[in-house]
Structure formats: structure tokens, C-alpha cells
Design a binder for this molecule. Sequence first.
Ligand code: RIB
Length: 320
Amino acid sequence: MSQASSPTVLVAGSANLDFVVRAPRIPAPGETVLGGGFRTYPGGKGANQAVACARAGGVRTRMLVAMGQDAHAVPLLGSLQAAGVETELLKRDGAATGVAFVCLSEDGENAITVAPGANMTLSAADLPSLDGVACLLLQLESPLEAVTAWARRARAAGVKVVLNAAPACRLPEELLDAVDVLVVNEGELAAVAGIADPGRALAALAVPMVVVTLGGAGAVARRRDGRRWMQPAYDVVPVDTTGAGDTFCGALCAALARGADAGDAMREAAAAAALACTRAGAQTGVPARAEVLALVAAGRLRDGAALHARFPSPPTGSPT
Ligand code: RIB
């Protein structure tokens, strides 16, 4: 299928230049930790997901993004273009391009603070035409009112809405009502549902499909009709988990837009996220489709016990 005839995914959201320091551990509040090398990488949840979607293949990927007129914008635009993302770039005079400060521990975990800058200038009116768009992929590093308006416009136009509710917050009902697929980690699930217990939180959400990512344990998907997919994580040694969740979202969205069933989409997303953890940087870590398919074929999965412990099967006949 040529790019022009492929299903189109439109990503609307953030781009940040990631300032990354690796340290023995993530500092506690008030603590200073001596780190090692420093590097910058292209990042931002929206741009990471757009790159992951484009590298997943079989879809045309567009992105609505805002940046400042500064040097930080250059590598961000370059990374999107290198991945084949068609950008709808809004250049904002007087606003800085988004940046993120990432502390990365030796075991690949991270703590991130974002200065969103131009990302927060996006508004409801900035969403381009949805003609020909199969799927709109959103995150929460843009103003919540804009994200809500975009989702509602897409829902009204019959475009599938995929929302990664990160960073975590309680969502307005009008936004949740417009979402077809919600992707959250455990903390975000609790924040969105307002319920700490993961099983009860998953059952409480009325969104047609909810996907919960659980890092090294894997991911679970639940459709409103009660059907579930438990996807254990692929077994890799992580060096940098930054952007792994974004890679999952982009790969999942690409697979769903191509018409893959939920099980295949979950497998590809989990494999892409696992590979992303084996490489430094958010967008620099995103794998190509061939590598993802090779990992799926190799099938080296972790034990799914942690997944089943977090989300035990509901008793037969009970609603989920
Ligand atoms: O999800 C990882 C991303 O979160 C980083 O790339 C950083 O920019 C922040 O947006």
C-alpha cells in the first residue's frame, strides 16, 4: 500500500527537547546526586508517539505541533521528518520550544519534569481538517480544553479517538465520552477512574476499549463487552525506559488504524515498547517494524503472573 492510500493517523500534541542525565539513582526530594554524562534527545509524548506510529509502518502519520522560534526546535523537527511524519507546525513567536529534564537511573527508570512552553499555546481552533483521517491520537501535554475539543470534533466526524491520558489527571466527562481507546499506566488509571484498585478502576470506566500498561509486567486491554487481552512483556534488558509508553501508544494506534485485531495490536505495541527500552533516548529508541515483527516471532515473553495478580479474571457472568 502506498503512503497516500494508507490509513491516516493524526497526532496532536507536544514535542520537547529532552535534557537527560544518567545517575546512580533518581534523587529523593532535597537530595543532590552526582550523575554521569549529559545528552539531549528529541522527545515529548506527542512527537514520540508520532515517530512510533510512523515507524510502525502501514499508515500515513501527520502531526499537529507547536514550537518556538529557537534552536531547540531544530532537532525536534528533524526527528519527526526523518521518521516520515508530515508535520503541521505552528511556530510561536515569544514562546519557547518545550523542554523536559530527565533523570535516568542505572536500571533505566526515569523521573521527568516538563517545561511545556509552546505546547501549551495549542488551542481548539488549531486542529487541521479531519478529512481522510482514520484515527486521532492525543495525550495530555497540551491544554485540556483543546484536547477535549479535538476529541469531540473527531468523534462527531466519525474518526476513532485514541487518548493516552499522560501526564495523569482527572478527565472531564465530555472528553472521556469522546474517547474510543484509552491508554493509561497504573497511576493514570487510578487518577482517571478515581479508584486506587486497578481491577475495579478498569471495570468502572465506560470507554469502549481501555488499555493499561504495566511496564515490565506487560499490558492488559479490556473491551466494553468484557473481553480481555492479557499481554505479558517481551523479555529484554532495559537501559532507558523513557518514551517506552509512547512507543506502545504509537505502535498500538498504527496497528488499529491498519485494521489489526486487538490481540495483534497489543503484541506489536508490547514488542515495540520492549525494544524501545533497550536503547537510549525517546525517539532514538523507537524500533522499525521489521525488528518488532522479529521480536514477536521470537516470542520471548516474561511470566504473566504479575499481570494476572493485578487484574484477576472477573467471576464468570459478572460485568467487567
Ligand atoms: O513520555 C516520555 C516523554 O515525556 C519525554 O520524551 C519527555 O519529553 C516527556 O514529554
